[in-house]
Design a protein around this ligand. Structure first.
Ligand SMILES: Cc1cc2nc3c(=O)[nH]c(=O)nc-3n(C[C@H](O)[C@H](O)[C@H](O)COP(=O)(O)OP(=O)(O)OC[C@H]3O[C@@H](n4cnc5c(N)ncnc54)[C@H](O)[C@@H]3O)c2cc1C
Length: 482
């Protein structure tokens, strides 16, 4: 059953309506639209503020603090586009269950693209794809490219430190946030970071807020680093007889002096789901697909692509598509077709399976072959099916654990814990990019030692003494633990 929100008192409702007028949304459709993200959880909020300005954000957070002091607590939950996979933008559970979702999607202006300093200044609701397109139109490049880039926001990307295929060469969102403005959980406005490429003055609060999943501040503006746009890019798509062979090829490419701009893979189960989109037929039940991209000057791209294709051949690729490079219409179309296949995978898995738990462990690159070799054992132990794909060049493997019957959910959950333990045993981490939110809170102590956990909780308590901002995310709130 869907947990219902605690009803707001009539006084509180009229106070908020008086403050925010038509920007406070209370109708069923508005609440239902903010009661989900892509985690599969459903938590209906009590109200939604569709913020249009930083001043409104400040006012909402200040009210939450004032009323908490008077015993009328409500939580403020920042939300971008709701594409998160961890439940981070959903209303909280527990005693403090009354929540106002703070929807930042309407604060979506690109304020400036500075072609001399190579920076962009944006509001948090700008869609990632829109910023990339606007930068490209000026010959500039914003590299972070989560597969959700057409629908996710820069604010959400910063709050989750999103990465994507380009991460293997260019790093994650955190590497591009030079500075930001944020409304702290007390309602004060913080300006952190710099407009410069470098800066080492004081503690790095920018990097603290990036990846904090909306628990330490509401990001209201970001200054982002841009790069010159690469002149060309090319993609090698190679099929291997099995996943192990594919992973060995990936390690070989990485260790023989190449620096691809993307390095992705799809296992046989994923290939089965997106087969209709593939521009070629895949032979063999166990086959795996590797996508490797290089960018830079056209000559350099050609050399890299040839070298990478040669390594794939040497490592036993059973089929290598003719390289698709930018510069020609066919090349662009071929490249786009391949990336469409890659970006469609998680949606197709979600649609195809009754039970779907997306894990995104990351392991040291040298151990990815070992990690994937352990997966059939997990499937056999728990009776579930694992779809594996993702950012092989970062060792960030999206393990989608599935079953076709809701009754099997506990077994799928046990399999997920098994996978996480395997990743940790290999020196990995439980989340490469999706974050902890609500869904992975229970796993946190498996990775984070008690001292670190105490420091992290201390930071939260220092910045948010009344626990009004996104309570219960990352760590259970004290009320829940009581
Ligand atoms: C098909 C698909 C593919 C995906 N691929 C990738 C991928 O390749 N890489 C990847 O990293 N992720 C991926 N994701 C996950 C998701 O898109 C990212 O986590 C994304 O960064 C979330 O952005 P959002 O705007 O939807 O944020 P939301 O889902 O709305 O929120 C996510 C978190 O950020 C917080 N938040 C949002 N805005 C703000 C703000 N302005 N200030 C403070 N906190 C805020 C929320 O409270 C929440 O904790 C994918 C998801 C889907 C559905």
């Amino acid at each position: 059953m869907t947990p219902q929100p605690k009803a707001f008192s009539a006084d509180l409702l009229s106070l908020l309506a008086c403050e925010f007028g038509a920007d406070l949304l209370l109708d069923e459709a508005a609440l239902a639209a903010r009661s989900r993200d892509e985690s599969g959880l459903v938590r209906q909020p009590s109200a939604v503020l569709l913020a249009k300005s930083e001043a409104q954000v400040v006012r909402l957070v200040c009210l939450a603090n004032e009323l908490a002091g008077q015993g009328h607590a409500f939580a403020v939950i920042p939300r971008g586009a709701g594409t998160g996979l961890a439940g981070g933008c959903l209303s909280p559970l527990g005693a403090n269950g009354t929540g106002v979702v703070l929807d930042l999607s309407a604060m979506n202006r690109i304020l400036d693209i500075d072609t001399q300093s190579l920076t962009a200044t944006v509001e948090p609701g700008v869609l990632t794809g829109d910023l990339r397109a606007a930068a490209k139109a000026k010959g500039l490049f914003y590299p972070p490219d989560p597969a959700s880039l057409a629908t996710s926001t820069i604010g959400g990307n910063a709050a989750t430190n999103a990465g994507g295929p380009a991460c293997v060469k260019y790093g994650t969102t955190r590497d591009y946030v030079l500075g930001l403005r944020a409304v702290l959980p007390t309602g004060e406005v913080l300006r952190a970071g710099v407009n410069t490429r470098k800066g080492v003055v004081g503690y790095d609060l920018t990097r603290l807020l990036v990846g904090s999943e909306g628990t330490l501040g509401v990001i209201t503006e970001l200054t982002l680093k841009l790069l010159p746009h690469p002149k060309a890019a090319g993609c090698v798509a190679a099929v291997f007889a099995d996943l192990g062979a594919a992973m060995r090829a990936i390690i070989a490419v990485m260790t023989r002096g190449h620096l691809p701009s993307a390095m992705e893979f799809l296992d046989a189960r994923c290939l089965g789901l997106v087969g209709d989109l593939l521009p070629f037929a895949v032979q063999g039940d166990e086959s795996a697909l590797v996508l490797i991209e290089a960018d830079g000057d056209p000559d350099q791209v050609r050399r890299e692509i040839d070298g990478i294709a040669a390594i794939c051949r040497e490592l036993g690729a059973t089929n290598i598509l003719p390289p698709a490079t930018t510069g020609t219409k066919e090349g662009e179309a071929g490249r786009e077709a391949i990336w469409t296949v890659r970006r469609s995978v998680s949606t197709r898995i979600h649609e195809a399976c009754a039970v779907y738990i997306p894990e995104d462990i990351a392991v040291p690159i040298g151990t990815i072959a070992e990690m994937v070799a352990a997966l059939p054992g997990v499937e056999a132990r728990h009776g579930c099916a694992i779809f594996a794909f993702g950012h092989a060049g970062d060792g960030n493997i999206h393990l989608n654990l599935t079953a076709q019957d809701e009754a099997l959910r506990p077994r799928v959950e046990a399999a997920a814990v098994d996978c996480v333990r395997l990743a940790l045993a290999l020196g990995g981490t439980i989340s490469g990019e999706h974050g902890i939110g609500l869904v992975k809170r229970g796993l946190l102590p498996l990775e984070i030692e008690p001292v670190s956990l105490r420091v992290q909780r201390g930071i939260k308590a220092l910045l948010d003494p009344q626990n009004v901002l996104n309570p219960g995310k990352i760590f259970p709130s004290e009320e829940e633990e009581a």
